[in-house]
Ligand binder design. Structure first.
Ligand code: NAD
Length: 264
């Protein structure tokens, strides 16, 4: 794949550390020859993100808190100034109050529902709009979702509802931007041990359950998510838009555990 993305520019949003899914994607994009820009949320994360960016030859790191629209606008002003146009967007951003990532969905509060939806769903729509304006030669965008969007996953709660809305927005955005040659897809990753993943109650149990019951009998790595992202974000995926692509060791196809697994 060396050279697959030569001359392409990519904005990667959502690296917090070297366990982040966005980091797995960034490494693959860089390996394929893309030039990268990164956003980071707040000064504390700059210290982590800047050295990671540098290790991939990038000194283009921009602050962005998606709750603040001015900071989103500032990202695209910086991009426009330095790059003029660009080709690839990675959105790997989600947040919900940890106190509501346990127990019943029914107990979600209005305030946390709105905040979760804004950060984890609507931010992608706002960012996609600004990105598409600079994707004058066509482009490709990917956001990250999870199977708790379509099926009930204990404790995932309001985040599952936000991911369902995010997946629906991927389809609407794909229809909106398809005519200008911009593709929009989601990757539905299996559980990965990250900061965000750790916010979900009993994350370790879910992780181990997937290892035991997914067809591949293991979880996925951020490099594997990165590989699928490379396909969707490069010309390898040129005929694909509006899709939710599962990278989950096949877990989503199962209805119930194997009888043998239930007996042990
Ligand atoms: P992570 O903690 O490494 O990344 C989450 C990122 O979201 C962080 O970089 C954080 O700074 C950013 N973020 C949160 N609120 C923000 C805000 N207001 N403004 C800007 N950035 C903000 O965890 P991750 O697991 O790599 O998460 C990336 C994406 O992958 C998320 O959308 C998550 O829901 C999704 N995902 C994760 C898993 C998993 O098991 N870890 C599975 C499927 C999907």
């Amino acid at each position: 794949v060396a050279g697959l993305l030569a001359g392409k520019r990519a904005l990667v949003m959502g690296v917090a550390n070297d366990h982040s899914i966005a980091w797995g994607i960034a490494k693959k994009l860089s390996g394929a020859g893309a030039d990268l820009a990164f956003t980071y949320q707040g000064d504390a994360l700059r210290k982590r993100v800047a050295p990671l960016a540098e290790s991939l030859g990038s000194d283009f790191v921009i602050p962005c808190d998606v709750e603040n629209l001015d900071s989103v606008d500032a990202v695209f002003a910086a991009l426009k100034e330095r790059w003029g146009t660009f080709d690839i967007l990675v959105h790997a951003i989600a947040y919900s109050d940890k106190a509501e990532l346990k127990g019943r969905y029914a107990d979600t509060t209005r305030a946390n529902f709105s905040r979760t939806m804004l950060i984890s769903c609507f931010s992608f729509t706002e960012i996609a709009k600004r990105a598409a304006e600079l994707m004058t030669e066509g482009g490709s965008m990917v956001t990250l979702t999870y199977g708790g969007s379509t099926r009930v996953m204990p404790n995932y709660n309001v985040m599952g509802v936000a991911k369902a809305a995010l997946e629906a927005s991927v389809r609407y955005l794909a229809a909106d931007y398809g005519p200008q040659g911009v593709r929009v897809n989601a990757i539905s990753a299996g559980p990965v041990r990250t900061l965000a993943g750790a916010g979900i109650a009993d994350a370790r149990l879910m992780f181990n359950y997937q290892k035991r019951h997914a067809p591949l009998r293991r979880t996925v790595t951020i490099d594997e998510v990165g590989g699928a992202a490379l396909y969707l974000l490069s010309d390898l995926g040129s005929g694909v838009t509006g899709e939710v692509h599962y990278v989950d060791s096949g877990y989503n196809i199962m209805s119930m555990p194997r009888p043998e697994a239930l007996k042990t």
